[in-house]
Design a protein around this ligand. Structure first.
Ligand code: 5AD
Ligand code: SF4
Length: 437
């Protein structure tokens, strides 16, 4: 018996890619193990979006050296965005790596493993040949929720972002293939589907036949068994009012929008190559909230982008106070070599960046708390996910808007059950509730 172990870093797209590799490995007889020390094959599926992601990965690769010493036949493969970015340099930094496999080449994993087993030589494939992962079957890792890639790559070239460089240009998966996939998953009991793409809102534009994300949302309405459809991630510039209308008309798409703003300063947005204005963005949000009053809004913000001065940062805080998101994912700007912003002369001091991040989180935490308050006393449908990480006697589920409701363990409930929960206490990050029977 040969065992494999996959470590996945980064976004959900990477999770989906790992599921596709897992399926291929099992086709040739590999069996999954949760114990890294038992593995004959270890894959680290990597992220490159911020420097920290790379540091963590190199740390992990270093740790695995001892596994290679113990088991000379162990195969170590590095896949994903960091493999695509650093290519053969990875072998120089860590010669005990056997395989470097880029983002477009997951389909070659088995043949590369074979090659290493026979030759013991480094194998690399980082061709951006545009035949992406979509055609590959997945081994879903969730119990009731599944990931469905709809497009891959990005054409936007924000000046801070490595993604277009490591994932390539936008390619959409045929609409029929997505509908077939979701239908099959629904029949298998996956009641929650998350559509994935680096920019889902540009879905279908490459077909040049009028198909777009709104068309897809409409096509995925009323699929048996599928209660909820989520999607990530969005680019505001490609989000249209027609797409919002399609969401509002849909019976299964969740009323949540993750719409990365990145900054509230016009000058910083311009230097980021974001192309929308704050006013335009705010109008889009207002339109969406008007169509879906229960909409949960989240965003991404980068602090300390090159050239960001105190005034620019204040504009970002003002934008948060005005837009009042439910939650904000905030990041310290991280220099990514190969991107234009890495060459900008006016890099912000690290300490200033840290202070801004903390200030921003303090401002947003209060808003998140206030946004959750009106939920007290209300009842929501949640899908049960299981015990909470901090306290196994408290279970949790998520609302349509992806908010977490914790409730006391209940022997009648199973993971994946859809139940009603009444919110008793609303906090900043979680809500406490009771199941209504
Ligand atoms: N530094 C910091 N944050 C970044 N992001 C993307 N690139 C960088 C970078 N170089 C953030 C953006 C994006 C999220 C996924 O990661 O906010 O929306
Ligand atoms: Fe990381 Fe971006 Fe690659 Fe996802 S697409 S793994 S976030 S670099």
């Amino acid at each position: 018996m040969k065992y494999y172990h996959i470590i996945t870093y980064g976004c959900q797209m990477n999770v989906a890619d790992s599921e596709r590799m897992a399926h291929q490995l099992e086709e040739v007889g590999y069996v999954e193990t949760a114990d890294v020390d038992q593995a004959d094959l270890i894959i680290i599926n990597t992220c490159a979006v911020r420097e920290n992601a790379e540091i963590t990965t190199y740390g992990k690769i270093g740790e695995l050296k001892k596994n290679k010493m113990k088991n000379p036949n162990l195969i170590l493969a590095i896949t994903g965005c960091m493999a695509q970015k650093n290519q053969a340099d990875m072998f120089k930094k860590a010669p005990h790596i056997d395989i470097v496999l880029g983002t477009h080449n997951l389909k070659h994993i088995n043949e590369m493993i074979e090659e290493v087993a026979h030759t013991k030589k480094h194998q690399i494939n980082v061709d951006m040949d545009n035949t992406v992962f979509h055609e590959l079957e997945a081994k879903p890792s969730g119990t009731f929720s599944a990931w469905v890639p709809i497009n891959n790559g990005c054409n936007k070239f924000c000046t801070y972002c490595i993604v277009p460089h490591v994932r390539g240009r936008e390619i959409s998966r045929p609409l029929e293939a997505i509908v077939a996939d979701v239908t099959k998953l629904g029949a298998q009991g996956y009641k929650e589907i998350t559509l994935l793409g680096q920019n889902v809102n540009s879905y279908g534009l490459d077909f040049k036949d009028g198909t777009d994300f709104g068309t897809l949302v409409t096509a995925l309405d009323h699929i048996p068994g599928v209660e909820r459809i989520r999607y990530m991630t969005s680019h505001p510039q490609d989000m249209t009012k027609a797409m919002i209308d399609a969401m509002a008309a849909s019976s299964n798409i969740c009323h949540m929008m993750h719409l990365p703003l990145q900054s509230g300063s016009p000058e910083i947005l311009r230097r980021m190559n974001r192309k929308y204005s704050l006013d335009w963005y705010k109008e889009l949000v207002a339109y969406a909230r008007d169509k879906m009053p229960d909409l949960v809004m989240t965003t991404d913000i980068i602090v300390g982008f090159p050239g960001e001065n105190e005034e620019d940062f204040q504009m970002t805080l003002e934008a948060l106070k005005e837009i009042r998101y439910d939650m904000v994912y905030s990041f310290i700007y991280s220099k990514r070599s190969g991107t234009p912003a890495a060459e900008f002369g006016d890099q912000v001091d690290e300490e200033v960046k840290r202070v801004r991040l903390q200030t921003l989180m303090d401002v947003q935490n209060e808003i998140s708390y206030e946004r959750n308050q009106p939920m007290e006393g209300q009842t929501f449908d949640i899908i049960v996910e299981g015990p909470s990480k901090r306290n196994e006697h408290m279970w949790f589920g998520r609302t349509d808007g992806n908010k977490m409701i914790l409730f006391p363990e209940d022997p009648d409930l199973r993971v994946g059950d859809t139940v009603k929960a009444k919110v008793d206490k609303a906090q900043t990050w979680v809500l406490y509730g009771t199941i209504q029977k």
